[in-house]
Design a protein around this ligand. Sequence first.
Ligand code: HEM
Length: 184
Amino acid sequence: MNLLAHLRIETRAAHRALEDELGFLHRLDSPARYAGVLAAFLGFHEPLEKALDASIAAHDLPWELAPGAGLLAGDLRGLGWSSARIASLRRADPPDVAELPALVGSLYVVEGARLGGRLITRWVGEALGPVPVSFFASDGDVRRRLRRFGAVAEHVLTADQAEAASAAANLHFRIFGEWLRAVS
Ligand code: HEM
């Protein structure tokens, strides 16, 4: 089994739990509630991306993060939030991604989440009409990008590190879920 398939299977339950928790996104009743979700995502993504960038550099991983926190901030500004309000948002303690398997596990969650983002974009549009969705909509071919990430990850990770990567991916899901509950 390739690494991506392994990660998908091992994190299926954690994904389903988070999906249930965010299911309200398809019946959003106000742009303010949507902005609250973007703000919660930003509070997690911004410190996470810093940690991921540092670890990518430390491991010389041939991978570049896709824009995330910047898009979230742009969407919030589009919804009328000032830069000061965005800057004052609480930030999360991100998962520890210093070790290579943890880096791969977290990057898998970040990259994979963009697949679900397409569906969320549709839900938000149906519920609220035209609101800024650049974070969830993601540019480009997200499925192809995830496959490319899988190839990079397989190249750098030894087979016996796959378990540590899926444990890290599960931990990432858990910490993110706890963060969403804490700020909502
Ligand atoms: C309401 C919330 C969500 C929905 C409806 C959703 C839905 C989906 C869907 C439909 C896919 C599969 C796409 C496909 O294969 O065609 C997917 C994949 C994925 N999602 Fe979500 N998602 C949600 C939230 C999240 C969140 C918050 C995260 C991460 C923090 C996440 C992480 C992932 C990952 C890692 C994959 C890739 C699975 C794979 O290996 O193929 N999802 N999601």
